[in-house]
Write a protein that binds this ligand. Sequence first.
Ligand code: NAI
Ligand code: 13P
Length: 339
Amino acid sequence: MTKIAVLGNGSWGSVLGSMLADNGNEVTLYGNIDSVNEEINKTHTNSHYMKDWKLNETAKATGDLAEALDGAELVLFVLPTKAVRIVAKNVRKVLDKTGAKPLLVTATKGIEPGTKKLIFEILTEEIYPNDSDKIVAISGPSHAENVAQKDLTAIACASTDENNAKKVQKLFSNDYVRFYTNDDLIGVEVGGAVKNVIAIAAGILVGQGYGDDAKAALMTRGLAEITRLGVNYFGAKPMTFSGLSGIGDLIVTCTSVNSRNWRAGKQIGEGKSLDYVLKNMGQVVEGATTVKAVHELSEEKGIDMPISDAIYRVLYENADVATEIKKMMGREPKPEIRL
Ligand SMILES: NC(=O)C1=CN([C@@H]2O[C@H](COP(=O)(O)OP(=O)(O)OC[C@H]3O[C@@H](n4cnc5c(N)ncnc54)[C@H](O)[C@@H]3O)[C@@H](O)[C@H]2O)C=CC1
Ligand SMILES: O=C(CO)COP(=O)(O)O
């Protein structure tokens, strides 16, 4: 039995925490909403984030970070990107006091605007400077709603240290979720983060009434720009984007009604404002944050990211969706394969 702290008890944190408890581990969930912590402890439910579902009864919740981290050998970050740095700083303070050196795992999918850092880079900076070997990222086509129902799922677990990736693979795998190790930590994180932007675009196309050809074109060209950014700016391996956290996650997020990014895009395509959509979602829409970082990179580094740039303009510069689609289709002719 491994003692695990899960930071973030929304939809994915609750489901992963419960799954790890099902796998025989001692799990404490940490979250910043008292009523959610109380509900998990009293009725083993989390009705705001996961309707009609019960957590493993041994999983506990707390709003006290030191209590969650006490004795933890593994700390799993399942927070929205915008909360990772602040919580990581607080984790560092606790670990400095106790001297503990737990393995860090991130399930968060995003790029921090401003710094343009991936999640493992934030955790390295804030918790283990110069030692990213102690960090593993998990990413792949996996919706909390499906895993909660024990649907069959496959996820990549990536680290610069093969043994740490294998540790996570062993601890997290069971008869319905299969984990594959991957040595491209960067590529796995880039794929998981940027597909959220493309999923917003996929939703917008549906909201505008476009069909299957448009969806397939968007996903394929979306993967091309994810790969271009991953390889040219971050130094990812191109093959990673043919894997679970590349094409795999792109497929599920661009096609599933469970995707918050896709649902947000669909409403925007139907004419709703971003503010309205985010307020009513009640859960994180990571693509709306990551698109800022991607747009900054496209402008500052000259990386050609036409879909992400158009989504940025629609979300943050009031650009008209139909005009953006027309502009995209009218770009100068290009060869298909180029990095
Ligand atoms: N929901 C899903 O199916 C999946 C989500 N992810 C990723 O996991 C991450 C989290 O997503 P969800 O669980 O879906 O989000 P969510 O919106 O359902 O829950 C977020 C949780 O984080 C907590 N939180 C926010 N700020 C906090 C802070 N400063 N301190 C402590 N707790 C804080 C909230 O109280 C809430 O419990 C995202 O990066 C998402 O892309 C990845 C795979 C699947
Ligand atoms: O990452 C996910 C699926 O793999 C979750 O996507 P959404 O945040 O769009 O729901």
